[in-house]
Every structure is written in structure tokens, then in C-alpha cells.
Design a binder for this molecule. Structure first.
Ligand code: AMP
Length: 220
């Protein structure tokens, strides 16, 4: 299944995406990483976007929308993507919805990591010493947090309407957050499995069991 994970910079999206990738055999699609790679490789796109990223603003929708279609359309990743840091605004959420429809896919779960600005500042400064990211500086971090807050509410409402949104407390330990996310995904996986069984049983005109009938030996 495809998963969307979002949260402010420093919320732990990358760490938790890595964990989900390994545990559920998915592929991480981080737009931030794709964009940083363009900058490191000194491509034309990289030169164009480096000042935007370094100032804590969002890169234009056209650029990021263009980057993700390549992955969604690739059969190797079909229904195995975890979108890390995308969508970041309503236009991107609509674009993702349209692209997934175009390639006959859906989203299984949306995870929102909630973390306060104080914790973000602390984590970003720690990460700066480990990863040496140019946009990990307190002032830029605050700007990135504000940019996130300014754009994300319509995305939250978008996924609330589809009943896909799950808010995860990102203030606790990495392992506690991973456990909570695991349980959520396992729950969805189980539910999807039940739906499949239910459809299968109906098609076969045999025993009906599934989400609407907890006892699988019942015929009602
Ligand atoms: P991240 O690694 O997700 O924190 O992203 C780092 C930076 O890349 C952001 O501050 C934005 O400048 C840019 N970026 C990443 N993802 C997106 C996106 N979906 N839309 C626009 N800009 C993005």
C-alpha cells in the first residue's frame, strides 16, 4: 500500500520512513532528498532551487509534481511508495490524488507527525552537527516551520475528509513512535485483507466473512 507521511521539518519523517521501508518492504520517496540530490549534483534544476531551499521556502509545485510522477508510474514501486514530505500544500495533494488514479493506485494511510516548535529547534540543531544540511540552521528552521504551518491545514482537511488521516505524537521516543506507526499500518493491512476476503467470498458465493461479519463461520 502507499503511505503519506508529513510533519514539520525535524519531526522525524525521514527516520520513521526508513523504519517503515524496512519493516513493510516499501520504497521511500522523499521530495526533499530528491531536491538536495539535484543541488549536490549541480544540475540546472539544482542551481535554480538551491536559494529557495536555503531560504526555507517551498520549491514550485510544477518542479516537485514533475519529480514524483516518474516514481508513481514505475511498476517496480506500484502501491509500495511512502511519500515523505509530499504533498506539502493542497495543489500537491490534488496532484497526488490525480496521479494515483491515473496509475490505478490508492493511499492506505496518511500519518501526520505532530511536534512543537521548541522540540523542532532542538532536533534541527542536533541534526546539523550529524548531517551537515545547509538548511539546518535555527533561523531557516523557524522559517521552514512557518512555511509548513502556512500551507499544511488544507492538506490536513483534505485527508480528514477521506478518513485516511492519523495523527501521531512525534514528541515521544523514536521507538515509541515507530511502534505506534507499525500498529496503525498493521491495522490497515488487516482491514484491507478482510475486505479482500469478503469480496472473494461474495464472488465465490460461499461463506461470507469480512469486516461486516466478525465471525468468519457465520453465513450472515
Ligand atoms: P524536507 O527534507 O522534506 O524537509 O525538505 C527540504 C526542503 O525541500 C523544503 O524546505 C523545501 O524547500 C523543499 N521541498 C521538499 N519537499 C517539497 C515539496 N513537496 N514541495 C515544495 N518544496 C519541497
Amino acid at each position: 500500500m502507499n503511505i503519506v507521511i508529513f510533519g514539520p521539518p525535524g519531526a522525524g519523517k525521514g527516520t520513521q520512513s526508513n523504519f517503515i521501508v524496512k519493516k513493510f518492504n516499501l520504497h521511500q520517496l522523499s521530495t526533499g532528498e530528491l531536491l538536495r540530490k539535484e543541488i549536490n549534483d549541480k544540475t540546472n534544476l539544482g542551481k535554480k532551487i538551491s536559494s529557495i531551499i536555503n531560504s526555507g521556502n517551498l520549491v514550485s509545485d510544477n518542479i516537485v509534481n514533475g519529480l514524483i510522477e516518474k516514481y508513481i508510474s514505475n511498476k517496480i514501486y506500484k502501491s509500495r511508495l511512502i511519500f515523505d514530505g509530499y504533498p506539502r500544500n493542497l495543489n500537491q495533494a490534488n496532484n497526488l490524488d490525480n496521479l494515483l488514479k491515473k496509475y490505478d493506485q490508492t493511499i492506505g494511510v496518511v500519518l501526520k507527525l505532530s511536534v512543537s516548535l521548541e522540540t523542532i529547534k532542538k532536533r534541527i540543531l542536533e541534526r546539523k552537527t550529524q548531517e551537515k544540511r545547509v538548511d539546518d540552521d535555527e533561523e531557516i528552521a523557524i522559517k521552514r516551520y512557518q512555511t509548513y504551518e502556512k500551507n499544511i491545514n488544507p492538506v490536513i482537511n483534505f485527508y480528514k475528509q477521506t478518513n485516511l488521516l492519523n495523527v501521531v505524537n512525534g514528541e515521544t521516543s523514536i521507538s515509541k513512535i515507530s511502534d505506534e506507526i507499525s500498529q496503525l499500518i498493521e491495522g490497515i493491512k488487516g482491514w484491507l485483507w478482510e475486505i479482500r476476503q469478503y469480496k472473494y467470498a461474495r464472488n465465490k458465493n460461499s461463506l461470507i466473512y469480512g469486516p461486516y461479519c466478525r465471525n468468519k463461520y457465520s453465513t450472515k
